[in-house]
Design a protein around this ligand. Structure first.
Ligand code: ATR
Length: 279
């Protein structure tokens, strides 16, 4: 029988995940379908019970349900627990297991985009859900330091306070981080600033940025945010969020099927949907 996969969220109409996963199912000859499900506010528990009842084999979870879904699952992976968000669910014999592939997906993209960086000093801009996934994943790679700056400093302080690894980590205001921007090897932009309608705004000033630095953004549409443009104009290597999106999907696909999918092909599928934008 055809297996059912999907993504639940609100809004969900623009999700590119169905294209990416359905293409992989046909590539690997798997009799399955991946469907976007719009879940109305207040109806998440019903939706999860329904997916379980009809035997859905697995699903992704996106905004705004990544945290709210956690108490509805039977088991949660330790990294997802630490991050406080689940984006991938696997149905194992009727029990729902939750994972977070956003952080590990970002790490894979970073390793691919900026290979061979040793003991980097990292600055993360933002302290929301995406920043949490990246922070708890990257701190386990034991960087020289991982600082967080955020518009609301208290949120950055609270995130740094949860760290268990002993990796040097400070919470900074955006202005404090901008002043010492030349000290970082990698600067990671995780806020929504740079997406429509704020396409000509960078959340941080990059004057003084070191040419040897690396700038990564989790946004992939537009393919080059103002933050990345400013970094590129200063001669810095840049990486947009397409790799993170592809790799979080690839890790979810592997959890569901045991197959490590062709990420170049996934990238092409997404780019085609985006209308041939360069990423
Ligand atoms: P996500 O799950 O995508 O990370 P989120 O949890 O809502 O989304 O987090 C959004 C992040 O973008 C936060 O760090 C937010 O800063 P605050 O904690 O101060 O709200 C940041 N952000 C959003 N709009 C911003 C803006 N105009 N300037 C600076 N930071 C902004």
């Amino acid at each position: 029988m055809k297996k059912l996969f999907g993504v639940i969220g609100n809004p969900i109409g623009h999700s590119l995940s169905p294209h990416m996963h359905n293409d992989l199912f046909s590539l690997y000859g798997i009799d399955a379908h991946y469907h976007p499900f719009l879940v109305e506010k207040g109806r998440l528990a019903e939706a999860v019970t329904g997916l379980k009842a009809i035997g859905a084999a697995g699903f992704n979870v996106t905004i705004p349900y990544k945290t709210e879904i956690m108490p509805l699952l039977d088991w949660i992976d330790p990294l997802a627990k630490e991050i406080g968000a689940v984006n991938t669910v696997v149905n194992r014999d009727g029990k729902l297991a939750g994972y977070n592939t956003d952080g590990p997906g970002f790490l894979k993209s970073l390793e691919e985009g900026f290979p061979a960086l040793v003991d980097p000093a990292i600055l993360v801009i933002g302290a929301g859900g995406a920043a949490r996934a990246i922070y708890f994943t990257l701190e386990k790679t034991r960087p020289a330091a991982i600082d967080i700056c955020n518009r609301s400093l208290a949120k950055a302080q609270s995130l740094v306070g949860e760290s268990q690894t002993g990796v040097p980590s400070s919470a900074l205001s955006i202005e404090e981080a901008a002043e010492k921007i030349n000290e970082y090897t990698i600067i990671i932009q995780t806020t929504s600033v740079g997406m429509h309608p704020q396409t000509d705004v960078s959340p941080i000033g990059l004057d003084g940025l070191n040419k040897q630095a690396h700038a990564a953004d989790i946004i992939y549409n537009p393919s080059e945010t103002e933050f990345l443009k400013q970094a590129r104009l200063r001669g810095v290597k840049t990486l947009n969020g397409l790799g993170m999106f592809v790799h979080q999907g690839a890790l979810a696909f592997e959890l569901w099927t045991g197959i490590k999918p062709d990420t170049d092909r996934m990238r092409k599928t997404v780019l085609k949907q985006l209308g041939g934008a360069k990423c």
